[in-house]
Design a protein around this ligand. Structure first.
Ligand code: XUL
Ligand code: MN
Length: 343
């Protein structure tokens, strides 16, 4: 029996289109996704704002809230919670060169308007968590924007969100690049610094995604540990990634089982989840996957996480201490390998 609760986003069941080719699978309705999520073993759903209210740019504040309540009712029907809402800022004409740090004031105003609507939606869905994946907040041309100015713009925008709603928690999902070349907030260290600079640091934390840490050349378990040390790991996006290339969102653990084990281990050791945090799986099916297998990567990721949790529960800390005392790291490493490889 797992100690954790799990979450997933509707975008994690997608049609397989990528930058070089069209969809390879049929779309699946939101209700069917909810039904399957619950059956597979998920407890909560993560959302982009426009997955809850598709045409929110064209609606009044009251209409947006009304639409959001319909999705809340659908979640209730399947006994699912909403974990967070994230404003999808990167699709709009006004955010071509970033939202919160666009050089155009009217674009920055739009970005803030949109973030506030995402907060409204979150409240209607019964969650206090807003995730900011800062997709285009950085530069494609390094000289086009001052990184000092851009960083201050991000702090300013987050402060406005914290002021707009006194209970909302803002959770930055750092990523070093893609779709931009150079991100302004690329790692958990950046997130902690941004948090400390805001008017209410307790309400600003991070969402560590395994693939994003690997893209930054860092170990996801250490990034998780760093945020936990400051009590600022608001959620996680676990997945896997084959080295520093395009963002892959592979099933959890399929590339580097030992690194995946250490992510589970650090979460377990530190009681992650005891304050209601979810283990989010931000995984995508391969483009080659057939319609019937549209949810298989989710089932697999969940299964791998739970198998690694069982291994982490068995970890022999006394043996670890003995190895450390004797500086027998070869012995400790072999113990970990055997723990992972033996039945
Ligand atoms: C992007 C990414 C997104 C966010 C949600 O790399 O991970 O799926 O998690 O917008
Ligand atoms: Mn993610």
């Amino acid at each position: 029996m797992s100690k954790f609760k799990f979450s997933v986003g509707p975008w994690n069941v997608h049609e397989g289109a990528d930058a070089y080719g069209p969809a390879t699978r049929k779309p699946i309705a939101m209700e069917e996704k909810f039904k399957r999520f619950k059956e597979i073993g998920f407890d909560a759903v993560q959302f982009h704002d426009d997955e809850v209210v598709p045409n929110l740019n064209d609606l009044s504040d009251a209409e947006i809230k009304k639409e959001a309540r319909k999705v809340k009712a659908l979640l209730d029907k399947y006994d699912l919670k909403a974990e967070f809402v994230a404003p999808r800022l990167w699709m709009d004409k006004r955010t071509i060169d970033g939202g919160f740090m666009s050089t155009k004031e009217s674009d920055r105003e739009y970005a803030l308007w949109r973030a506030c609507r995402a907060i409204d939606i979150a409240k209607e869905l019964g969650t206090d968590l807003l995730v900011l994946w800062l997709a285009r907040e950085g530069t494609l041309c390094a000289e086009s924007k001052s990184p000092v100015w851009a960083t201050k713009m991000l702090v300013e925008a987050i402060n406005k969100m914290l002021e707009y709603d006194k209970t909302i928690r803002v959770c930055i999902e750092p990523k070093p690049n893609e779709p931009i070349d150079r991100s302004i907030c690329g790692t958990m260290g950046h997130v902690m610094a941004i948090s400390a600079a805001t008017i209410d640091p307790k309400r600003v934390g991070g969402n560590l995604e395994s693939a994003h840490a690997i893209l930054a050349g860092l170990d996801p378990a250490h990034e998780i540990g760093f945020a936990l040390a400051f009590d600022k790991l608001f959620t996680v996006h676990l997945n896997d990634q084959n080295s520093i290339k395009y963002d892959q969102d592979k099933s959890f653990g399929v590339e580097n089982l030992r690194a995946a084990f250490n992510q589970v281990k650090v979460l377990l050791e530190n009681g992650y989840g005891s304050k209601g945090e979810y283990v989010g799986l931000d995984v995508k099916a391969m483009r080659t996957t057939v319609d019937e297998d549209s949810f298989k990567h989710l089932e697999n990721s969940l299964k791998i996480f739970k198998m690694l949790e069982e291994k982490a529960e068995k970890f022999d800390y006394a043996f670890r201490d003995e190895c450390v005392k004797n500086r027998d790291f070869e012995g400790l490493e072999m113990y970990v390998m055997e723990l992972l490889m033996k039945g």
